[in-house]
Design a protein. Structure first.
Length: 285
């Protein structure tokens, strides 16, 4: 009787509870998403108009984060800029994830010569410095946020393709795949209906982590002039427009820089949390 009690009791206690740190990360990410969704609708139209009389005012009760060189409220510029910043990052990661999934699926399900050819192309993409290549593509297409998104989508897929192709190959060795092959399921249908869905969990982890890194790269492209252009409130463009006032009006640079840093770190931590949740053996490492 004692043994049966011991055997059944841990079922509820083994259930993992969210830590305060994890809840804090979730709250930050949720807040960022909410601000990105409603920011442009609640921000005043004055954030796009110049008001030189009130330029470079320090943080106060009237302007919580001060004003920039054009007299525009920095706080509301950050609120409005959350949408183009985060939406662009989501779009970039989604686009290159789709390309990477397509390449990995074709490579893993096709004949060996096709697999080898696609993986050699992928290796070439991995060997090239992604930031430099993205900078070249964005410059060639003309400075804009759209150019930066396309450039990053073109250069970001090889990592996803290589990672997912390896996982799909491992999944192909599982017993349920052999059973489906015995039943006469075609190789392509097997990949799309069975192997791919069982390989996407690691892609979800990567997708969450990549959002933060992409925000940082997009801000960098805007900062050097090939991404979003003024008067856009995108955070990288905001930092670029204020870089001449670091010493005299620090809030115009520090505040959008902090927004980029917090967003990048929050989504990176979210990816780590998801990874630990899907693989509890990583907890505590």
């Amino acid at each position: 009787m004692t043994a049966s009690v011991v055997a059944t009791k841990p079922a509820a206690s083994r259930k993992q509870q969210f830590t305060l740190f994890e809840l804090f990360v979730f709250a930050v990410v949720l807040m960022l998403l909410i601000v990105a969704l409603i920011g442009p609708f609640i921000a005043p139209e004055s954030i796009y108009r110049s008001d030189i009389v009130n330029s470079l005012l320090p943080p106060s009760s009237e302007h919580w984060l001060g004003t920039d060189d054009q007299g525009r409220d920095v706080f509301w510029r950050l609120v409005a800029g959350a949408q183009p910043t985060l939406l662009s990052a989501f779009l970039v990661v989604t686009l290159y994830s789709i390309i990477g999934v397509a390449v990995a699926t074709i490579a893993a399900s096709g004949p060996r010569w096709l697999d080898e050819g696609l993986m050699r192309i992928t290796d070439i993409g991995l060997a090239l410095p992604g930031m430099i290549v993205a900078l070249g593509f964005a410059s060639a297409m003309g400075p804009s946020l759209r150019s930066a998104i396309i450039a990053m989508a073109i250069t970001g897929w090889p990592i996803t393709a290589r990672l997912l192709r390896g996982i799909m190959r491992q999944t192909m060795e599982q017993p349920f795949v052999a059973g489906a092959q015995v039943l006469g399921v075609s190789r392509f249908r097997l990949m799309v209906k069975h192997v791919l869905p069982n390989s996407l969990d690691v892609l979800i982890v990567k997708w969450a982590s990549d959002i933060g890194a992409t925000v940082l790269v997009l801000a960098s492209l805007s900062f050097i002039g090939v991404g979003a252009q003024p008067p856009s409130a995108e955070w990288g463009a905001t930092i670029a427009a204020a870089r001449g006032y670091v010493s005299s009006a620090w809030w115009t640079v520090i505040m959008p820089g902090a927004a980029v840093a917090v967003t990048s770190i929050a989504f990176g931590l979210l990816g780590d949390i998801i990874q630990v949740r899907r693989d509890p053996s990583l907890r505590g490492k």
